[in-house]
Ligand binder design. Structure first.
Ligand SMILES: *Cc1c(COP(=O)(O)O)cnc(C)c1O
Length: 478
């Protein structure tokens, strides 16, 4: 057929819409989306005919149009937010959603999201209740605090606490603790947004109790300590302990706020991890208000936990901003479930996936890596070389920043000459192919190879289902 005939042979949108094969598409995506996509695909077909008119029939054209439309719709309607395999070696990866949830938290979320719940309803009295009541007693039990409340994340917790306790007043912070966390959380900026005035004391490496003492004045509303989550100051350095600051705060009748960052509810050394000050320790040292994240070392849902003196928590709860930061029922259900796990620390390692991953032994990870390598090796084209190698995992999210954990990775390396500049592009193409899988695999690129750190991979057999698409991706791309 010549080009003119081909154009004439193209079916109309109405004809395709009436085709039986379109019925399932109409059911899945609705008439409007199908018609829009058909229009788009007809345009593409016209362009293809113009550029390259091959011999074809009306039937073939209709088939092509139908397949292209169906594929495009499936692609467009697949979930945007979806599961991935985190083999980056960074366990609490903020971009990959931080902590995976314990099973009891997932069950609690499903149960509470299906219908109505007693979110703000006291089943005993039949009157209105507090949504934070579902978690408060557990937080108090685990931290020794008198009262507690929750918000959307730790950044919100810090903002809310500062705004409540120190609006239009000064908050004293050491220059060694003026942190920036990724994603523009900076203590000086948060102070400003909370309408507080930051009063910096000491120097970057050394701050003394006398620096805080000298700064206290009429306008001072609080003393604050901030966990230096993503860095350490070593060498000639000095900082003031929370208990020393607590004594000073008490004698000056000022609250002491401590942003614990990740925070932990248990002594992490029991899992072979480096020590991290626990929330209970901070409260015992005399801190008046602590704040910490739910989805860092705690291993639960994204939220910010505020705990401490009952009179201060009451003021924080009454701040109208709290309403804009409160947790939803699904998150509260997950948090309650996770907190309960912490009442039995001996089971934590099995039940909280974050702690399970962080405490996995290298020889066990090596076995996983070797099993994954065995599954993947038969899929490798000759242009790729696969091996199992030692590597270092990171905890991530600013928790225990200078500590890495020995681990093992499956590495995939293009078998080209190491001096070939194109080899980097090949590794990039490989990483892109892994990202395109139905359940994307996210690794890291290092030393002209793709590294799949197996610390977070508990069962390589999960990969069995994606092996066919993996084979497809590897051979098509490289
Ligand atoms: C991570 C962190 C925050 C922010 O917590 P999010 O839960 O991410 O909002 C605040 N302060 C410190 C010290 C942190 O480490």
């Amino acid at each position: 057929m010549n080009q003119q005939d081909l154009f004439r042979a193209l079916p109309s949108i109405d004809q395709v819409l009436k085709d039986d094969r379109t019925t399932p598409l109409l059911t899945d995506y609705g008439r409007e989306s199908v018609a829009l996509e058909l229009k788009e695909q007809l345009g593409l077909l016209r362009r293809q005919i113009k550029e390259n008119s091959q011999t074809t029939t009306r039937q073939q054209l209709t088939d092509r149009l139908f397949t292209a439309t169906s594929d495009a719709l499936a692609d467009r309607f697949q979930p945007s937010l979806k599961q991935v395999h985190n083999l980056t070696g960074v366990i609490l990866h903020t971009n990959l959603g931080r902590a995976p949830y314990p099973q009891n938290a997932i069950d609690a979320m499903v149960a509470v999201s299906r219908g109505a719940s007693n979110l703000e309803f006291d089943l005993r009295t039949g009157k209105r209740g507090r949504r934070d009541a579902h978690v408060e007693q557990w937080i108090c039990h685990l931290t020794g605090a008198e009262a507690a409340t929750t918000v959307n994340n730790n950044a919100a917790a810090v903002l809310l606490v500062l705004n409540t306790l120190a609006e239009k007043k000064q908050v004293i912070v050491s220059r060694g603790e003026l942190i920036e966390i990724g994603g523009s959380f900076r203590i000086p900026a948060i102070m400003k947004k909370a309408s507080c005035k930051l009063r910096e004391v000491g120097t970057t490496n050394r701050t003394h109790l006398s620096d805080y003492e000298a700064a206290i004045g009429k306008k001072t509303a609080a003393l604050m300590k901030v966990h230096t989550s993503n860095y350490e100051i070593n060498g000639f350095s000095h900082s003031v302990s929370a208990s020393q600051l607590a004594t000073l705060a008490e004698s000056s009748q000022l609250p002491l706020i401590d942003d614990l960052g990740s925070g932990s509810l248990v002594d992490l050394t029991r899992f072979g991890l480096p020590p991290e000050r626990t929330a209970a320790e901070a409260i015992a040292e005399g801190v008046d208000i602590i704040t910490f994240s739910g989805d860092k070392l705690l291993g639960g849902p994204q939220c910010g936990i505020i705990a401490g003196r009952a009179d201060l928590i009451k003021r924080i709860d009454r701040n109208p901003i709290k309403r804009a930061m409160r947790l939803d029922k699904v998150t509260l259900a997950a948090l309650e479930a996770v907190l309960k796990l912490y009442t039995r620390p001996e089971q934590l390692q099995q039940q909280v996936p974050t702690l399970a991953m962080l405490s996995r032994q290298p020889d066990e990870i090596k076995i996983t890596a070797e099993r994954l390598a065995t599954l993947m090796r038969p899929l490798m084209p000759a242009s790729l070389e696969l091996s199992v190698q030692p590597c270092e995992s990171q905890i991530g999210s600013g928790a225990l920043p200078t500590k890495t954990l020995p681990s093992f990775a499956v590495t995939i390396r293009p078998t080209v000459d190491q001096s070939d500049p194109a080899r980097i592009n090949r590794v990039e193409a490989l990483a892109a192919a892994f990202r395109k899988l139905p359940v994307p695999i996210i690794g890291r690129i290092h030393d002209a190879a793709m590294w799949l750190d197996c610390r977070a991979l508990t069962d390589p057999d999960h990969f069995r289902q994606i092996l066919p698409s993996l084979k497809d991706a590897l051979t098509r791309r490289l």
